[in-house]
Ligand binder design. Sequence first.
Ligand code: DAH
Length: 334
Amino acid sequence: MIEELEKIKKSALKELNSVKNLDDLEKWRVNFLGRKSFLANFPKQFKNLSPEEKVRIGSFYNQIKTELETLYQNKKEELSQKIEVLFDFDHPGSKFSFPSLPLIQTNLKRIIDIFRDLGFYVIDSNYLVSEYENFDSLNMPPYHPARDMWDTIWLKKPNKYLLRTHTSAFQVPFLLKFKPPVRGIVPGKVFRFEATDARHDFEFYQIEGISVSENSNFSHLRFIFKEFFKRYFEKNLEIRFRPSYFPFTEPSVEVDLSCLLCQGKGCLVCKFSGWLEVAGAGMIHPFVLKQAKIDPNKFQGYAFGTGLERLIMLKYEINDIRLLHSADLRTNEI
Ligand code: DAH
């Protein structure tokens, strides 16, 4: 009987060694100390023993049982402490990073700040505009072929409304609200009925600039552009005005920036011209001033429109506009 007890003790010790959690420990307890265990039922055999043997085996039995019970208690404490560590609220948690604001938002904010510093109002405006605001007020009556320059998303109801194809749609409403002399920008989303590719998306952001006073002129516009690009790209860049055509400006220009990547030497990005097209601009057409009830003989002004995504793509060397509008958080980590 002594050997039986020793055998049980041995296997109990061995198994206790491999117990790693409280569930396993409970199984171990049921197995070795539980009601149905060998040890619990062992004393049943005492009745057949002589009184001396009862004392000898009985005390050995008690010793083993106490030993195993003590080991059980110790192990239980040890494993419970481990759990407490898991719930130690002072323990520093593992780090996780919050996504930053999208590039579109951070850059728009930067651009707004720059123009504000240059003395421009910043105006919010509607996505949904009338045909008059988007076209007629800008010297593009219904028959005018220039309307084809903007693939338009028209609304069925209300008729003659559309998702603005350019922020220029706010030129006349802006000038009606703020009397000259005035300078302002209208940043915001515009929409085109276009297939998407690496350089085009059906929605994107523009920044419209307007300045009207008694003598706002091209050299002011040139200064504003130079200063804006210098602050935004943090580089001193050359700009170039190239003759162009827009119905709402006369004369009209395309604004080119010396290539950021090759400094004007010629590379793949600027198609070896050394220049990058970044904005449309011009002196506001008298027709447009008249729509805003401004006397073109007394006031004059310039306007410009530039695409936010294009500027961001150039600044961060991103080669697909769609990345900026996707939910891929990696784009923000640049
Ligand atoms: N609205 C034009 C476009 O979306 C850009 C533009 C050109 C805006 C000339 C202007 C401007 O204010 O004067 O293509």
